[in-house]
Design a protein around this ligand. Structure first.
Ligand SMILES: Nc1ncnc2c1ncn2[C@@H]1O[C@H](COP(=O)(O)OP(=O)(O)OP(=O)(O)O)[C@@H](O)[C@H]1O
Ligand SMILES: [Mg+2]
Length: 154
């Protein structure tokens, strides 16, 4: 629920359409701020959430976004994006920049038919400290990405 104060360690949002991406991005930033992540980190997490949620909508038919904070082994904020879509056949290929739906987006013969640039998963890796992806073709995908909260306020 965008705008509400965040005292709970976990909140869940169902995700079904592209019109929800911006509100979830805003909510993720607020959640991270309330958890004590610094300003730059808040935006990094929010951008990562927006990439993951967009993938869920484009390839997973929607799903669920969980925002979570915790203290062990040290303070962190993380999100989990879960869908029951078609899954990712090769996670290592999907993580490579510029590879979208198994093809090099830079070599697309007709860029208007391209659905992505192949940069989302790489961006999530660069913007967060730990990423874990589990995916099973035909069953679905879960992506979890975590940022550690340091005392420095970054
Ligand atoms: N939740 C998902 N379910 C199924 N396949 C996925 C999912 N997320 C990513 N993929 C696959 O991994 C590929 C790479 O994803 P990534 O987000 O890096 O790039 P993209 O979505 O193609 O383009 P961009 O994010 O730059 O617009 C996608 O093209 C898609 O084939
Ligand atoms: Mg993407």
């Amino acid at each position: 629920m965008p705008g509400a104060p965040s005292s709970s360690p976990e909140e869940r949002h169902s995700v079904s359409g592209a019109s929800e991406v911006v509100a979830l991005q805003v909510r993720a930033r607020e959640f991270a701020a309330a958890a004590g992540l610094g300003r730059v980190g808040q935006w990094e997490l929010a951008i990562a959430v927006s990439e993951a949620v967009t993938n869920m909508i484009k390839y997973g038919g929607g799903g669920e976004l969980i925002l979570r904070r915790g203290e062990h082994p040290r303070p962190f904020v993380e999100f989990e994006a879960r869908d029951r879509g078609r899954g990712i056949p090769s996670i290592s290929d999907a993580l490579v920049d510029n590879i979208s739906e198994g093809e090099d987006a830079r070599e697309a013969s007709d860029p208007r038919r391209r659905r992505g640039l192949g940069l989302g998963l790489g961006a999530i890796q660069r913007l967060t400290d730990e990423v874990e992806i589990h995916s099973e073709p035909g069953v679905g995908t879960t992506l979890r990405a975590r940022k550690w909260i340091s005392g420095s306020g970054r």
